[in-house]
Write a protein that binds this ligand. Structure first.
Ligand SMILES: Nc1ncnc2c1ncn2[C@@H]1O[C@H](COP(=O)(O)OP(=O)(O)OP(=O)(O)O)[C@@H](O)[C@H]1O
Ligand SMILES: [Mg+2]
Length: 353
């Protein structure tokens, strides 16, 4: 097989939604047996504005370098998360959106990590207080209804009483929890800036990523009650999805893109379970493709002076691609050539007038 034939994700920006189905079966040690969802929730919702904002108009090709391409595909074949490192603005976060766009995997589930982020935030939240308040409110209404028809609040029918017992209304899956729902095709999950996390998060993540499943104890506890074995909860996409036996277990392992600016080292056991890709700053054809994606065909040629200024990088200090895009935008829309160039001045000059 030639190098190109095995590439499921080709990094060209051309949508090829069926190509994900030609992935071979996972290796034996990465097979997951969650019973697949059926009905409308089995498919991911379409890409949202978070993707189109980043990708621009994807008619342009945006060739990734061959080594990164091979590693990204290795992660798809092996059903392993990608750990993407690189300087600011090299396109790490956008990679998740590129994969979702090209392989037709729908809305990207986004989990931005900060120092306070815990594993539980990514898996699910349970609004116990909201449930208690509703139970009290509906309980009072129930008492009034029992007192006589005149006491019944206007516009309410008896079915509203059921809300207080419907625990699923108070459970909301997070981005990681939603990515692990048993969909037939993988969802794309962006765990953004994992290096900003508290020291425990990478280790906590390890187990879930290894097993492809997690429990929701609040649902597990009631799973043997009549009618409570399968409960509809809210997904990160805002849809009601069934969870059976209080356990979420994936079917197709999600495409997980974890990004890091290298602010700290990750534990070896996590690194062992990821495929590491280092993105170099976009230059040449890839940079031209990004400019074209945001400003149309030949825009890179029209703004060659800014592209050159951006790439020559006099202080040896890299500037994020956003700065080039901002400079081109200002030049086109505010007719401020000088302003665009000002944005691209070397960092050392920033303090000067
Ligand atoms: N393939 C692409 N096509 C079009 N634009 C892109 C592409 N990749 C990156 N960009 C643009 O480059 C800019 C930087 O990308 P991105 O935010 O993904 O970088 P990053 O490496 O995640 O940066 P940071 O480390 O600061 O989070 C964004 O404005 C994005 O729109
Ligand atoms: Mg980013």
């Amino acid at each position: 097989m030639s190098v190109h034939e095995w590439l499921i994700y080709q990094g060209k920006g051309d949508p090829a939604p069926g190509r994900i189905d030609s992935l071979p079966k996972p290796p034996r040690w990465r097979r997951f047996d969650g019973a697949p969802l059926t009905g409308t929730v089995a498919d991911a919702p379409p890409l949202d504005a978070a993707s189109t904002r980043r990708l621009g108009d994807r008619t342009a090709l945006s060739a990734q370098d061959p080594t990164s391409l091979q590693l990204i595909n290795a992660a798809l074949y092996l059903r392993r998360p990608l750990l993407v490192t690189g300087d600011p603005g090299t396109g790490k976060s956008t990679l998740a959106h590129e994969i979702a766009y090209e392989l037709g995997l729908g809305r990207v589930l986004q989990w931005p990590v900060v120092s306070r982020t815990e594993l539980k935030d990514g898996l699910y939240t349970y609004d116990a207080i909201g449930r208690l308040q509703d139970a009290q409110l509906y309980g009072r209404q129930e008492a009034r209804q029992a007192a006589g028809p005149d006491e019944r609040p206007a516009g309410r029918d008896d079915s509203s009483r059921d809300n207080s017992t419907d625990i699923g209304r108070y459970v909301r899956l997070g981005p990681l929890g939603t990515a692990l729902l048993p969909t037939l095709r993988p969802r794309v999950l962006l765990i953004d800036e994992l290096d900003k996390s508290d020291i425990d998060l990478p280790n906590d993540l390890l187990n879930v990523v290894e097993e492809g499943e997690f429990d929701i104890p609040e649902l597990e506890r009631i799973a043997d009650r009549p009618g409570q074995h399968t409960v509809d909860v809210l997904s990160d996409d805002g849809r009601r999805v069934p969870v059976t036996g209080g356990q979420v277990r994936c079917h197709a392992f999600p495409v997980i893109v974890m990004t890091s600016n290298g602010e700290r080292e990750f534990p070896a056991p996590l690194l062992r379970r990821c495929i590491h890709v280092h993105l170099d700053p976009a230059r040449g054809e890839r940079l031209a493709a990004m400019v074209q994606a945001h400003f149309g065909e030949r825009a890179d040629e029209t703004h060659q002076d800014l592209v050159d200024l951006f790439t020559e990088d006099p202080g040896g200090e890299l500037r994020p691609t956003d700065q080039l895009l901002n400079a081109i935008y200002l030049t086109r829309n505010a007719q401020q050539q000088g302003l665009g160039k000002l944005l691209l001045r070397p960092a050392a000059e920033h303090g000067q007038r």
